[in-house]
Design a protein around this ligand. Structure first.
Ligand code: NAD
Length: 487
């Protein structure tokens, strides 16, 4: 095996960024960050506490109340956002190198993340310049108009899967709206977030507008959620954490945007283009190591094509290349952290009694160390099985047969989640009817995961609260004050 690549120029410590300065925690606390291939600690990161969150919120509040950012013309803010996008795009290769090192994602899939992040900044730059707000006239009586204003200091809390890109999904609309921010990235993967400070400084973002506090969720994240100076929290992560944040933010009635977990169905009808459905459902659960919120991790297949689907799907899954994340041939890399591997392996073992194992089922042969899990396929999984109901967030899929459209719908809707659904059928009427009845925030018909940034993004049921995307994101980060005047 080729030696594991370690990027040159790794920082000797990961620190906070508050009020335009790189700083340590007030109490000097740090935590270990692991390389997911060796599971050796490769750096220590500052472990933020309530005191660090206080400092960051203070800086963000000052920048909001007295700084130029919220008061700039949309066009001026957009110029800076576009400069950020250029700087992000220019770092695509370096970002992919760091992201792969920190997350264990295959390098071929980490490439392009910076381009998507840059696109988020460009998109919201364009949107605020084009933004118009409503005005209503009652002739001879009244003029009413909307005065839109940024809400204040936005608290942004993000997960470890595609960390940089998901941070950009919150940073771009929050900054575009004129808010100032405190970002708390995931503790498993703090490396790429440390790039933002340099990018923002280079682009001319005023000090105090962007603040970064690293640390554990229960400590730094919790302090941000409970801080009285932070009127809104945009959170992406597990549904369980979302529930906790919801409760902890309730006493202050904060604005909340929650992008949470999923257990999304991929429904394959007998009339589907089976080649395309197999390609897509493999991609849907095994790309990004299966650590994808919108993973199609429950495949439902109509009985007449069930056996053929199983045979072809399992053969393809067994051939997926698992290996060192930097090897361009690798399709599934190392999962993010040994704790996460334990969780995923727990479900793999459980699945052996809840379903029929067709592929994988443990560590891939030849990879005795590191966070590797073989792409695992369970067939004949009943809807009350835990592996059918619970989000595994790894390269594990369940397959279940169905006989009628109604049964497929009941199975598709039969979990607490409602993030995405994927439908494979050549019957146009069935596709749209099913799409309208399925409980999912986003539906892909004969396609997967490509979306226009203007569309709503988010889930229903336990998968989320509120939808972002396009103007919805700007609405979340702004107040729309109604002003009325008698004529
Ligand atoms: P997580 O909930 O464990 O952590 C997410 C973030 O919340 C981290 O920064 C963590 O430190 C912080 N956190 C943890 N406890 C907290 C608390 N009590 N108060 C405040 N912050 C706290 O999630 P994860 O394991 O990092 O990410 C995986 C999950 O994210 C999966 O469930 C996945 O489906 C979900 N996800 C959803 C989307 C979406 O758009 N719906 C996108 C990506 C990931």
């Amino acid at each position: 095996m080729t030696p594991h690549h370690v990027p040159a120029g790794l920082p000797d410590g990961i620190r906070h960024y508050i009020d335009g300065r790189v700083v340590d925690s007030v109490d000097g606390g740090t935590f270990e960050v692991l390389d997911p291939v060796t599971n050796e600690p490769y750096v220590r990161a500052a472990a933020g506490t309530a005191a660090d969150v206080d400092r960051a919120v203070e800086a963000a509040t000052l920048a909001f109340r007295q700084g130029p950012w919220p008061r700039m013309k949309a066009r001026e803010r957009a110029r800076i956002l576009n400069r950020i996008a250029d700087a992000v795009e220019a770092q695509n290769d370096r970002l992919a190198e760091l992201e792969t090192f920190d997350t264990g994602l295959p390098i071929t899939q980490a490439l392009g993340q910076a381009l998507r992040a840059a696109e988020n900044f460009r998109f919201f730059a364009d949107l605020i310049v084009a933004q118009s707000d409503d005005a209503y006239q009652v002739p001879g009586a009244q003029l009413n108009y909307v005065h839109r204003k940024p809400i204040g200091v936005a608290g942004l809390i993000t997960p470890w899967n595609t960390p940089f890109m998901l941070e950009s999904w919150k940073l771009a609309p929050a900054l575009a709206s004129g808010c100032t921010v405190v970002l708390k990235p995931a503790e498993f993967t703090p490396l790429s977030a440390s790039l933002w400070a340099g990018i923002f400084e280079q682009a001319g973002l005023p000090p105090g507008v962007f603040n970064l506090v690293n640390g554990l969720g229960e400590e730094a994240g919790d302090a941000l959620v409970r801080h009285p100076g932070v009127p809104l929290i945009s959170f992406t992560g597990e549904s369980r954490t979302g529930q906790l944040i919801f409760a902890n933010a309730a006493p202050m009635l904060k604005g909340l945007s929650m992008e949470l977990g999923g257990k999304s169905p991929a429904v394959v009808f007998a009339d589907a283009d089976l080649d395309a459905a197999i390609d897509s459902t493999l991609f849907g659960v095994f790309s990004l190591n299966g650590e994808r919120c919108t993973a199609g991790s429950r495949i439902l297949v109509e009985r007449p094509v069930y056996d053929e689907f199983l045979e072809r799907y399992a053969a393809r899954a067994a051939n997926i290349v698992v290996g060192d994340p930097y090897d361009p041939a690798t399709e599934v890399g190392a999962l993010v952290h040994p704790e996460h591997v334990d969780k995923v392996m727990g479900y793999v073992e459980l699945g052996k009694s809840e379903g029929r194992l067709l592929a994988g089922g443990g560590r891939p042969p030849g990879l005795e160390t590191g966070n590797y899990v073989a792409p695992t396929v369970f067939a004949d999984v009943a809807p009350d099985a835990r592996i059918f109901q619970e989000e595994i967030f790894g390269p594990v899929v369940t397959i279940t047969p169905f006989d009628t459209d109604d049964e497929a719908l009941e199975l598709a809707n039969g979990t607490r989640y409602g993030l995405a659904a994927y439908l494979w059928t050549t019957d146009l009427e069935r596709a749209h009817t099913f799409a309208h009845r399925v409980e999912a925030g986003m539906v892909w018909l004969n396609s997967h995961n490509v979306r226009d940034l203007r569309t709503p993004f988010g889930g229903v049921k336990a998968s989320g609260l509120g939808h972002e995307g396009g103007y919805r994101s700007i609405d979340f980060y702004t107040d729309q004050q109604a002003v009325h005047i008698t004529l």
